[in-house]
Design a protein around this ligand. Structure first.
Ligand code: NAD
Length: 288
């Protein structure tokens, strides 16, 4: 298949490389010279603009920083530039409203489109083990599924347009909340005289058990190897967690959902991100 790939950054670079590995012809574009150079090494053809990358393709995949950029790229460079009938896949994490807006514009021009944000970080993007949560019509999903399978280990249809983004921000709001809760529990356990390992041994098989504890423990030397064991380098950056919590709070306001813990998690990550935006989000334990 001929696939345009726009946005070859930390995530998109590995994803485009996996499409090449799966035998697709990838026509790539990014504003960054370094990103373009790496994609060329991975076998992508590099085009001079996003619109040129879309020329003659069967599908377009985008992996961009935010909703404003996604909307601008689709409006200026994809819709009307990709051949009629191409399927469009936006894998960026953006707000639900913009995802639905862009899909409406694409469908009005007779394209199938899905929003397909990912769970999993840079390592999963490189390894082709991302989870995709996909919003869009049944027929758009069916067409997007094999392309996403070449970049991930799980592809799940979440319902209509925008539902992929809805699933992503609800999941990450919950992740932010239980990471802070897990950090609080470890910090208090220690103040009460419990060794972190002892608390882990008990809580990881008791009702407080959760993913932030057993798969991503914020305490160095406890549980599996995590960013905590590497001075909180790598992993999922605090700045990206804050981005997702902001998107979640926007969605809470627009949908009338009551999310007091999500709001508090956003405030705590906002304060922490000021000086620590590049650290893994589990580093918030340093504040407790
Ligand atoms: P990144 O900043 O590394 O990559 C974004 C790329 O888009 C950059 O290379 C940039 O040059 C390019 N770009 C920006 N505007 C462009 C334009 N108009 N035309 C072409 N290229 C343009 O970001 P990332 O970490 O790869 O994240 C991409 C998306 O994936 C974001 O929406 C992010 O929230 C989401 N995400 C990231 C992670 C992660 O761990 N990094 C995990 C899950 C989801």
């Amino acid at each position: 298949m001929k696939i345009a790939f726009i946005g070859l950054g930390n995530m998109g670079g590995g994803m485009a490389a996996n499409l090449v590995k799966a035998g697709h012809e990838v026509r790539a574009f990014d504003l960054s010279e370094a990103a373009v150079a790496a994609a060329r090494e991975h076998g992508c053809a590099i085009l001079a603009s996003a619109a040129e990358a879309c020329d003659g393709v069967d599908a377009v995949v985008t992996m961009l920083p935010n909703g404003a950029i996604v909307k601008a790229v689709y409006t200026n460079d994809v819709i009307g530039k990709a051949p009629a009938g191409a399927v469009l896949l936006d894998c960026s994490t953006i707000d639900v409203a913009t995802a639905r807006d862009v899909t409406t514009l694409a469908e009005a021009a007779a394209y199938d489109m899905v929003d397909a944000p990912v769970s999993g970080g840079i390592a999963a993007a490189n390894a082709g083990t991302l989870t995709f949560m996909v919003g869009g019509t049944e027929s758009a999903f069916k067409r997007a599924e094999p392309i996403l399978q070449a970049m991930g280990k799980a592809v799940i249809h979440a319902g209509a347009a925008g539902n992929g983004q809805a699933a992503k921000i609800c999941n990450n709001m919950l992740l932010g909340i239980h990471m802070i809760g897990t950090c609080e529990a470890f910090a208090m356990a220690q103040k009460l005289g419990l060794e972190p390992q002892t608390f882990y041994d008990i809580s990881s098989v008791s009702s407080g058990q959760n993913w932030s504890m057993t798969s991503y423990c914020p305490v160095p030397g406890v549980g599996p190897t995590t960013p905590a064991d590497n001075e909180y380098q790598g992993g999922f950056a605090t700045a990206l967690m804050l981005k997702d919590l902001k998107l979640a709070m926007e969605a809470a306001v627009s949908s009338g959902a009551s999310t007091p813990l999500g709001k508090h998690a956003q405030e705590l990550y906002e304060a922490f991100a000021d000086e620590n935006g590049g650290l893994d989000f589990s580093a918030i334990i340093k504040t407790l």
